[in-house]
Design a protein around this ligand. Structure first.
Ligand code: PLP
Length: 385
């Protein structure tokens, strides 16, 4: 018997130009504090759009942590966070000693809603954190109006939302900070890495110092080599020149990346529409343009309770899968033990975590792969009847 065709869940897209760009850095002498990071920051800003100021960092989690540190959020403060997200979104709040206040998501999109956020605001609330789930942008104008009304900072977790726009404006440009990830399975990669994005040059300058030990001047700003002062506390959350060179090479291909993802997603959407008992996580908001990060399928009756069985059979058939996200954050052991929040308070997030599967999407796929994934899923579902 032939081995079934393998369709991995995700693969980083690394080309010869990418390898060449990294090797060029290694053939020189500047491995950090160099021109690659600077160029990457301005090229990424050009992609995000007018008004973006960018700071390269070691990860999205670092960008999130720097956001709260910079805004001076800490013990006694509350930060509204989504229940349905990566733990990093909430860890960053925990690390500054503030209290995360979990809000359930919308069942259709997985995103926070302005109403949900409004119901969680208290006199102690200092900030709102949102994630644009599956690449679908949140209703940012409404969320920003709410934030302005209550004088709150907004931190956008854009780790899976590159290419997502609301009313034509890229996510990360609405709030006070936008945090992007270049982890291997995201839209583009630098191995590990991230970008802090803000509309304010002064914020970018301050965060740039904060992520480099809090020193007061960069190498190029020093009149005497090695001479600097440290006026404030800082961290080392820098990106290396090798990573930035890889990032620059990848940014040049973003157009291809979004074109392909959109085509594959549309094909999934069309074919999954003919399969009974499944629902695609998607948005019907005409102002929301998705970055098509992933294809998350939610099982409905009669398959709702059979997710794990369906996943195992997909994997046996050679189809890689994942789950976005495996548990709502308040259900993760650390948060459950610390806060013990009633699961009924995040039932939509639990619904997504417990009854969905995320199917392969990315540059490693062809149209025929989508056809095969949907046909295989369909066969598995039929056999369960
Ligand atoms: C992947 C992810 C992160 C973490 O990104 P890193 O760059 O690995 O720190 C944060 N938030 C969300 C929503 C993610 O999906």
């Amino acid at each position: 018997m032939n081995a079934p065709r393998q369709i991995p869940f995700a693969r980083p897209w690394i080309t010869d130009e990418d390898r060449k760009a990294v090797m060029e850095v290694l053939e020189g002498h500047v491995l950090t504090h160099g021109p690659q990071c600077k160029e990457f920051e301005s090229e990424f800003a050009a992609f995000i759009g007018k008004g973006a100021h960018c700071v390269t960092v070691s990860s999205c989690m670092a960008a999130l942590h720097l956001s709260y540190l910079h805004f001076g959020i800490g013990p006694g403060d509350e930060v509204i966070v989504p229940a349905q997200t990566h733990s990093a979104t909430v860890h960053a709040v925990e690390w500054v000693g503030a209290t995360p206040v979990f809000v359930d998501c919308d069942r259709q999109t997985g995103n926070l809603t302005p109403q949900g956020i409004a119901s969680a605001v208290t006199p102690r609330t200092k900030a709102i954190s949102v994630i644009h789930f599956a690449g679908i942008p949140c209703d940012m104008p409404a969320i920003m109006a709410l934030a302005t009304q209550h004088g709150l900072k907004v931190v956008e977790d854009c780790a899976i939302a590159l290419g997502a726009r609301y009313e034509g404006r890229h996510v990360g440009l609405f709030g006070d900070a936008g945090c992007f990830s270049f982890y291997p399975v995201k839209h583009m990669t630098t191995g590990e890495g991230g970008m802090f994005v803000t509309r304010h040059d002064a914020v970018a300058q301050a965060v740039s110092r904060l992520r480099a030990f809090g020193v007061d001047r960069t190498h190029s700003e020093r009149s005497i080599p090695g001479m600097y002062d440290v006026p404030s506390l800082g961290l080392n959350y820098r990106m290396s020149e090798m990573q930035a060179a890889l990032g620059r090479s990848q940014v040049r291909r973003l157009k291809d990346i979004f074109k392909k993802r959109a085509e594959l997603f549309e094909r999934y959407r069309r074919f999954l529409g003919t399969v009974k008992g499944v629902r695609l996580v998607d948005s019907t908001d005409p102002k929301a343009a998705s970055g098509h990060y992933c294809v998350s399928v939610v099982f409905e009756p009669p398959y709702m309770a059979r997710r794990d069985e369906i996943v195992m059979r997909l994997n046996v058939a050679g189809i890689g899968t994942s789950i976005y996200y495996p548990h709502p954050v308040p259900r993760m052991t650390y948060y459950r033990k610390k806060y013990g929040i009633e699961p009924a308070k995040f039932s939509n997030a639990s619904h997504l975590s417990d009854h969905s599967v995320t199917l392969p999407l990315g540059m490693h796929l062809e149209n025929v792969d989508v056809d095969l994934v949907v046909a295989t899923l369909s066969e598995i579902l039929n056999s369960l009847n």
